[in-house]
Write a protein that binds this ligand. Structure first.
Ligand code: SAH
Length: 371
């Protein structure tokens, strides 16, 4: 029995519709020719999607009417629809709640800084890592996103920015708005959805018409520390920034804050991070949520400094964004200052992250996607 080409397969139940952004250029040409269209149409439609950020098929005027409908149906299905958009920080932070084809909900956050525009994307609907201080972690995992569902969040943000809908704020930003940075710090554990995330990184960083043409160095993948997946990522030979959510220097505390630590210990996670740094030459970003009287003591700062001293690393302290119903809150300012001082005195580059999006529950770890 001859099997039908993939393109004729009806979208399977439970699987997001197949989209241009799921395919590499060769896959797109194959899909287009399977529709009875000329292969070069794949490049045309890719240029519209990735290069010109065209949202309305009517604007794809170089495609003849009949072909356009066929191509758009087959390659640009609607992947997500906006449910709600919220703004804060004088409009420079914008959170969107999206409904996916099966009703699953995810959020993305677009942030304009004086010198850059950053898109924070979700890689999963929900998350299975169950970190007790994170709003997403409380709800559990709904499902993995497809490559195109991840890419589409960035393309949607890029369209918003290009339309000039993101005000400059107090300092004028890059003109006209261009999304230059992507961080996988929305909902989900990116390395638990490995293939789709690496596919998305490739799409985001390949030049148009293959992809969106972002610099690999401007993409950050943030992980709880899934060690085998970090090693797999090393083998991809990408230049993306790796961020490790450490949150504690000792296994006893980290076992409770990042439950997957019971599987891969602090030292194993850091060793994997140093392998990543050695292979890529990229500085590792260590994320550390500052939780009052939980992980912000001077002795923990010293322990963290001892682990990180002389490594290619940068520490990002994130004041805890308290989640509803949690007893935990952000560190006292004096404890935060002391923590920073101890790390810097040990020669460990350290900054405190600004807390964009707090008013709209769009800050780190607050994405919970209630409709
Ligand atoms: N699963 C990935 C991405 C999570 S979100 C990861 O764990 O790295 C990005 C960062 O926000 C992570 O470091 C995460 O631990 C942190 N975070 C989650 N909830 C938070 C909260 N309530 N306050 C501050 N940071 C939080």
């Amino acid at each position: 029995m001859t099997s039908l080409p993939l393109v004729f397969e009806a979208p399977r139940r439970g699987k997001p519709p197949r989209h241009l952004a799921d395919l590499d250029p060769a896959g797109r040409r194959a899909a287009v020719t399977a529709l009875g269209e000329q292969a070069y149409r794949a490049d045309q439609i890719s240029r519209h999607y990735f290069g010109r950020l065209v949202a309305d098929p009517q604007d794809m005027t170089d495609l003849p009417d009949a072909s356009r409908a066929r191509l758009v149906d087959a390659l640009l299905p609607t992947l997500m629809t906006p449910v709600r958009t919220q703004e804060c920080d004088a409009g420079t932070t914008r959170k969107t709640l999206w409904r996916l084809f099966d009703g699953a909900l995810v959020e993305s956050v677009l942030m304009r800084y004086p010198e850059r525009i950053t898109m924070c994307v979700s890689s999963q609907a929900g998350c299975g890592m169950a970190c007790p201080f994170c709003a997403t972690g409380q709800a559990g995992l709904t499902r993995n996103l497809s490559t195109a569902e991840i890419v589409e969040q960035v393309v949607a943000g890029a369209r918003t920015a290009a339309r000039g809908e993101l005000p400059d704020g107090p300092a004028p930003g890059p003109a006209p708005g261009r999304v230059g940075n992507v961080v996988f710090m929305g909902m989900g554990e990116p390395l638990a959805n490995y293939a789709a995330v690496v596919g998305a990184v490739r799409r985001l960083t390949q030049p148009a018409p293959a992809g969106l043409g972002l610099a690999q160095r401007h993409v950050t993948v943030s992980t709880v520390g899934l060690v085998p997946a970090i090693d797999k990522l090393i083998a991809e030979q990408l230049q993306v920034t790796l961020a490790v959510s450490l949150h504690a220097p000792d296994d006893e505390l980290r076992d409770t804050l990042v439950p997957v630590n019971t599987r891969w210990k602090v030292q194993q996670v850091l060793d994997a991070a140093w392998r990543y740094a050695a292979a890529t030459g990229r500085r590792i970003s260590i994320e550390y949520a500052m939780i009052r009287d939980v992980n912000d003591q001077a002795e923990r700062a010293h322990a963290l400094a001892a682990l990180l001293r002389r490594k290619l690393v940068h520490v990002n302290l994130i004041p805890l964004n308290p989640t509803p119903g949690s007893a935990w809150t952000a560190s006292r300012p004096e404890d935060e200052r002391q923590f920073v001082r101890i790390l810097r005195a040990a020669g460990v580059a350290t900054t405190v992250r600004d807390t964009r999006g707090r008013d709209i529950d769009g800050a780190c770890g607050q994405l919970a996607a209630s409709p």
